[in-house]
Design a protein around this ligand. Structure first.
Ligand code: RP5
Length: 197
């Protein structure tokens, strides 16, 4: 990515560390998306998110951090995320999935939650835990499972593309390719299935 920002933080004093922001120009060769999962068992789903970020050449870092098993690390990661140059966090978790909300409570950068599919409740537990944030601390929640993982990456790309024209061009290309792919499928299906006259 080639995005450059020269925005410098205003000094308001008394803010949390994450609110200070980087003192120097942002270096987007460093990770701009932090992808956090509650357990390595979430990786098969999260992998789809990582592949999509790679497709757009967006630099990311990956962590296993748990809101209930390693709350101190969650605190430290989220509260320094902005200062460390991250611009979006993606959090995947299953069950009582409070990871995304816990991260969001400690940073002002956008947090996107991926509800992981679960054996017990099919991921509805994860979905409700992530999506139902009380007013004041938002989490952008995507669909349960694989589609959500891909869309989390796309949403992060869209956020970053607001200030990155090159990335925006890649997004437009992605949409155009998608349209062409659907048109091809439509044509192939119409060839295969004779419509009643
Ligand atoms: C959550 O608990 C994780 O996000 C994972 O989806 C779920 C189960 O974790 P493991 O028991 O597989 O480590 O914190």
């Amino acid at each position: 990515m080639t995005h450059r920002s020269t925005n410098r933080p205003r000094d308001r004093g008394g803010r949390e560390p994450e609110d200070k922001g980087p003192e120097m120009e942002i270096d987007l060769r460093k990770p701009v998306v932090g992808v956090v999962m509650g357990s390595d068992s979430d990786l098969p789903t999260v992998q789809l998110c990582l592949e999509m970020l790679e497709e757009f050449d967006v630099s990311y870092e990956v962590r296993v951090l748990s809101a209930h098993r390693t709350p101190e690390q969650v605190h430290s990661y989220a509260s320094t995320a902005r200062m460390n140059g991250l611009r979006v966090l993606i959090a995947a978790a299953g069950g009582a999935a409070h990871l995304a909300g816990a991260l969001a409570s400690l940073t002002t950068i956008p947090v996107i939650g991926i509800p992981i599919r679960t054996d017990a409740l099919g991921g509805q537990d994860s979905l409700y835990s992530i999506v139902q944030m009380p007013a004041g601390v938002p989490v952008a929640t995507v669909a349960i499972g694989d589609a959500g993982a891909r869309n989390a990456a796309l949403l992060a790309v869209e956020i970053l593309a607001l200030s990155d024209e090159e990335l925006h061009a890649r997004l437009l290309q992605f949409r155009a390719d998608q349209r062409r792919s659907v048109a091809r499928k439509n044509e192939a299906l119409r060839q295969r299935i004779a419509e009643p006259r």
